[in-house]
Structures are given as structure tokens and as C-alpha cells.
Design a protein around this ligand. Structure first.
Ligand SMILES: N[C@@H](CCC(=O)N[C@@H](CS)C(=O)NCC(=O)O)C(=O)O
Length: 232
């Protein structure tokens, strides 16, 4: 029997959720290794020394081969495992277009959604302090313009981001958009194409997507309740 891929993750993180859904949906055998970002488990011990020298999630170990960076992991799994072709098609220009998105998102969609999440929820939670409204407003401006760009460049003319089939670009993007959404930001205002695409991708991903989002939401709520009980 083939050895399962060890998958190090925390569902608070958007690339971790995307990879979790991918492993489940593509039926890639894996061993789940939860690592708590809020407890700082990614910064110490075996994870730091032996799993990911960059001290970030997600990470994998495939038969002794350590790999980090979600995009590199998606490419590795698509190449090395039996993954349905629609996720990352080999033979046509769709793959190049997906690659283009995966490069673009680092400094755009991923950056903007993470910045809002950090200012609005993560930093106040970690430091037990009030959010900085000025920095939140700055991150909202960046998020608004990135979402506008995302909608106009990626959601103009197809059902999915790249043609008529679900790909890893859709998966990465929806998980990123959920990051600010789950903590109260409305990404859909005046964005008809985004609403249409979001509903289609959510339906197409099915139960694994819902599991991941519910777990993410539950983690946020548990920490918010803890914060409130300390304040009372
Ligand atoms: N470019 C990396 C980003 C990895 C990343 O920033 N991961 C975050 C969670 S989404 C993390 O581990 N943060 C912990 C930290 O910065 O201390 C990827 O796509 O995997």
C-alpha cells in the first residue's frame, strides 16, 4: 500500500483549507497532522526543525520529501498522484492560465484577504487588544480594489475562473475570499459576477468545502467566546 502523505495544517489558514479540500476531493491518501497557529506550534520543536524551515503552514511530507508553499504542494500532488485532470489540466492553455492566477494571488488576493484578517481578528486575538481602526480601513481599501480586479480579470467570461471546469484556481480563490467573509466582511456588495461564481464553486466543491468552512467558523467563534468571557 502507498504511504499516505503527511499533511500539516490548521483550518484557520486559507491555503490549508484549500489543500485539505483538494486532498479529500481528489481522494489522495493522507495523514492529518493538525498544528495550532494560535498556540504557535509552527514556530517551535519538531515542526520548525524538521517539517518546514520557513515556519509556515501548510506543509507536507511525501515519502520523506518535505515540501512547503501551497502552490508548490498543489503542483507536486497534481503531478505525483492520481488526480482528476480537471483540477490542473496538462494539455492545454488552461494550465498556463491557472499558473498565472497562482502567481498573481500571492501579492494580490492572498495578501489583501490576509491583511484584513490579521488587522481585524488575528492581531487583536493574539495581543488581547482592540483592533486598530485606521489599519482596518486601509486593509478594506486594498481588499475592495483587489476584489474588483479579481472580478474583472478572472470572472468575466466563463463559468469558472478558467473555462467550464473547476480547477485549483477556483479552490484557492474561494478559500481566500472566505477569510475576510467569515469574520464579517461582505465581499459581494455590487459584485454580481462574484456572487454567481462563488455559488457555483461552493456547490461544485460539495461537502468537503462545507466541512472546512464550518471548522474554520467554529475556531473563530471559540476564540471570540473566550475573549468575551475574559472581558466580562
Ligand atoms: N506563501 C505561503 C504562505 C504561507 C503562510 O503565510 N501561511 C500562514 C497561514 S495562512 C502561516 O503559517 N502563518 C504563520 C506565521 O506567519 O507565523 C503558502 O502559500 O503556503
Amino acid at each position: 500500500m502507498t504511504q499516505p502523505v503527511k499533511f500539516y495544517f490548521d483550518l484557520l489558514s486559507q491555503p490549508c483549507r484549500a489543500l485539505y479540500i483538494f486532498l479529500e476531493a481528489a481522494k489522495i491518501p493522507y495523514e492529518a497532522v493538525p498544528i495550532s497557529l494560535l498556540k504557535g506550534e509552527h514556530l517551535t520543536g519538531e515542526f520548525r526543525d524538521k517539517v518546514n524551515r520557513f515556519k509556515k503552514l501548510p506543509a507536507i511530507n511525501d515519502h520523506g520529501f518535505q515540501l512547503s508553499e501551497s502552490v508548490a504542494i498543489f503542483r507536486h500532488l497534481s503531478r505525483e498522484k492520481l488526480v482528476p485532470e480537471h483540477w490542473y489540466p496538462r494539455k492545454n492553455l488552461a494550465r498556463s492560465r491557472i499558473d498565472e492566477f497562482m502567481e498573481w494571488q500571492h501579492l494580490n488576493l492572498h495578501y489583501a484577504t490576509t491583511d484584513y484578517y490579521r488587522q481585524k481578528w488575528l492581531l487583536p486575538t493574539l495581543t488581547k487588544s482592540c483592533p486598530n481602526e485606521e489599519l482596518i480601513n486601509q486593509s478594506i481599501k486594498r481588499l475592495e480594489s483587489t476584489l474588483t480586479e479579481f472580478e474583472s480579470h478572472w470572472l468575466k467570461s466563463h463559468d469558472f475562473m478558467v473555462g467550464s471546469k473547476l480547477t485549483i484556481a477556483d479552490l484557492l480563490a474561494i478559500c481566500q475570499i472566505d477569510q475576510p467573509k467569515i469574520i464579517g466582511y461582505n465581499p459581494f456588495k455590487n459584485r454580481k459576477n462574484l456572487i454567481r461564481w462563488y455559488e457555483l464553486v461552493r456547490e461544485s466543491l460539495g461537502p468537503h468545502y462545507l466541512d472546512a468552512v464550518q471548522e474554520f467558523e467554529a475556531k473563530i467563534k471559540a476564540h471570540d467566546n473566550q475573549k468575551m468571557s475574559i472581558q466580562q
